[in-house]
Design a protein around this ligand. Structure first.
Ligand code: ATR
Length: 284
């Protein structure tokens, strides 16, 4: 058969390259979401996932290859900070960077869009000001949530398995703390799970017993794979309104595109793409 180039040039020669740094990155939906969005926005760019072995070298590569922007994911969100030239206020307070912008002079600035992703998504369902939020977990994702909620006038209560870690975080942000073992004593407008409990493949696990869920009007899980975690299924049965992690994921990605291009991306389109892929995966 004669050789053909048909179907091979799926990666054009774009004028801008964007990247994902993580390890592992195989299951990330960011390449799909960002590439589809660039095409939709007619931005001449391509987004490439890198499974990073050496972070310092990888950051040098941003300058070396003139990569315009990078998403940073597990386990590098905190580790990447010392290698950057500047950090925005939110990434400094949260202690994590999930977005890098390379200005045209090779200066690398770190941002955090996770908190804004969470806030944008919550705001679609409820008014944050004056409401109480039980935040399960005390890691980087919990810090992004607490930072964002405090900025918007919400009242976070940190709930964590390891008492000292939760107490220390509560002291730092000036909010309440409760041990996870005493969660049934807490009443709040909304519960937000920031722990990894319930993420695929451990789909039947939940960070909480069902009986504690009646104390919350809304329950949000920042996990988006599976779409409906065990926690959210239990919460629905308990009569709570539920929010999946897809909205936060899409909004944090949309905020990255805003930082990189200065343009507002089509958020509903992005959500549609991600939901489509997650539904295909759920069927696997
Ligand atoms: P991230 O940066 O993604 O938020 P992390 O820093 O590893 O991740 O934090 C994960 C959080 O989930 C931690 O607060 C952890 O609780 P501990 O501080 O007690 O370790 C919490 N977590 C993880 N597994 C958990 C489990 N099985 N039950 C309850 N909490 C859990």
């Amino acid at each position: 058969m004669a050789p053909t180039t048909k179907g091979i040039d799926t990666v054009r020669n774009p004028s801008e390259i964007f990247a994902l740094f993580g390890n592992p990155v195989g299951h990330s939906l960011s390449p799909l979401m960002h590439n589809a969005t660039f095409t939709e926005m007619k931005v001449d760019a391509h987004y490439v996932p890198f499974c990073v072995e050496n972070l310092e070298d990888a950051v040098r590569g941003i300058r070396g290859f003139n990569i315009r922007g990078v998403s940073v994911t597990i386990p590098f969100k905190t580790a990447v900070m010392p290698y950057l030239d500047a950090l925005d206020e939110s990434s400094l307070e949260i202690g994590a960077v999930n977005t890098i912008l390379n200005d045209s002079n090779g200066g690398l600035k770190g941002y955090n869009t996770d908190w804004l992703g969470l806030i944008r998504d919550l705001e679609e369902s409820l008014e944050i000001r004056g409401k109480t939020f039980a935040i399960l977990g005390a890691g980087g994702a919990a810090r992004a949530a607490v930072f964002g909620l405090l900025r918007e006038g919400g009242i976070p209560i940190i709930v964590n398995r390891t008492i000292e870690k939760g107490q220390e975080m509560a002291r730092e942000f000036g909010c309440q703390f409760s041990p996870l073992s005493e969660i049934e004593k807490i009443k709040a407008d909304c519960l937000i799970n920031t722990t990894p409990v319930g993420m695929a493949p451990d789909r039947e696990k939940s960070p909480l017993g069902r009986e504690s869920l009646v104390n919350f009007r809304w329950v949000m899980d920042i996990i988006y794979n599976p779409l409906k975690t065990r926690l959210l299924r239990d919460a629905e049965e308990a009569g709570c309104s539920v929010l999946t992690g897809v909205g936060m994921f899409v909004h944090q990605g949309a905020e990255q595109i805003k930082i990189w291009t200065g343009r507002e991306p089509p958020r509903a389109f992005m959500k549609g793409i991600v939901l489509e892929r997650l539904k295909e995966r759920d069927g696997d």
